[in-house]
Design a protein. Structure first.
Length: 341
């Protein structure tokens, strides 16, 4: 599940609350080259406004036309698409070419009316609490059920039901609120991360909060904040104060947590000194210390705060995408038949 899909659902909820009829389209299966994976969402409003994507732009215009026509034909007593239904693009080479599907790709989509937005509010609340959620659609009735999901759980489609997995947004906790944190936060926002900052130094924290709208300050000492946050596999933590009294205490908790990425600012020499200090005085194991990314960021020969921020976020994205790819590899061991041709 991508954060983009949570934004699509947030748009759907807003549209429904404003009185619009909305159709939700989910990628069920792809063959050949496809720009959007199974589970990707597109929402189409009754006036043709869209949110999300199922093909990167290849078939969206046709879906908009289909949806607007369906909304226009149905009565006010039965608005929107009558019931969920499958749509297939690219069955023939000619159709794949006409819709611009790359490499002769084929898309199998499930379109459904959003007749009750209550499940969306619940799902967004649960993912906002950093929970994994499985959403099951009964295709015959259009009813939706939500349940807890586990990491690595795959999307399934049986022909009668479709279950998709929604997870929390990736989040980034910054220890320190200096100039570099400002640059990192701005890039992280563009990458759709939820950004938190912890810095007990008021003068630094206030400056960052005022300069980067949307960032959330978490008050307290760094080690307490990390511990109370309960970092999970959707969480990255980066220590940027260059002050051992603040950075080290946060790192002690972060390296023993479930965070998928833990990094710290400093040269190679400083990192070696830090690891020795953490091992000697705080009894961190070699395995825990090996999780520390330092010097933080990819080796881009970065000089300015903006360039260093690019290198930091590039490494976080690299680790995140490797993690996602590993989870997808696990999903391929799911018994055949969960995605029916």
């Amino acid at each position: 599940m991508e954060s983009l899909d949570l934004r699509v659902l947030a748009d759907v909820l807003s549209w429904c609350n404003s009185g619009h009829a909305v159709s939700l389209v989910t990628v069920v299966e792809t063959w050949g080259s496809a720009p959007r994976p199974p589970g990707a969402l597109l929402a189409v409003r009754d006036d043709g406004v869209v949110s999300g994507s199922v093909s990167g732009g290849c078939v969206e215009d046709d879906l908009i036309a289909r949806t607007k026509a369906a909304f226009a034909e149905t009565s006010s007593a039965n608005p929107g698409v009558v019931k969920p239904g499958l749509i297939v693009y690219g069955v023939s080479k000619e159709e794949a070419t006409r819709f611009g599907l790359p490499c002769g790709g084929t898309l199998r989509l499930l379109q459904e009316p959003v007749t009750d937005s209550g499940w969306i509010a619940q799902l967004l609340q649960r993912t906002g609490d950093h929970l994994l959620v499985a959403r099951t659609l009964n295709i015959a009735t259009g009813t939706v059920e939500l349940a807890d999901a586990v990491r690595g759980q795959a999307m399934t489609f049986s022909g009668q039901t479709m279950t998709t997995i929604f997870g929390p947004k990736w989040r980034l906790l910054l220890i320190g609120a200096g100039q570099l944190s400002q640059a990192v936060a701005q890039i992280a926002f563009m990458l759709d991360f939820e950004v938190l900052v912890c810095d007990p130094r008021e003068e630094y924290a206030e400056s960052l909060i005022s300069s980067v709208p949307g960032i959330v300050r978490v008050e307290g000492m760094p080690d307490d904040v990390v511990r109370e946050l309960v970092p999970d596999v959707h969480t990255a933590i980066v220590a940027l104060t260059h002050d051992p009294k603040l950075d080290d205490m946060a790192l002690i908790e972060a390296l023993q947590s479930g965070a998928f990425y833990v990094g710290a600012l400093g040269s190679k020499r400083n990192q070696e000194t830090r690891k020795q200090r953490l091992a000697t005085h705080f009894d961190l194991s070699e395995q825990e210390l090996a999780r520390l990314h330092g010097p933080v960021g990819l080796p881009l020969s970065a000089q300015t705060p903006a360039e260093i921020a690019v290198s930091i976020m590039a490494e976080i994205v690299q680790v995140k995408n490797t993690l996602v790819s590993s989870a997808k590899a696990i999903e391929t061991t799911t018994p055949a038949g969960c995605l029916l041709a």
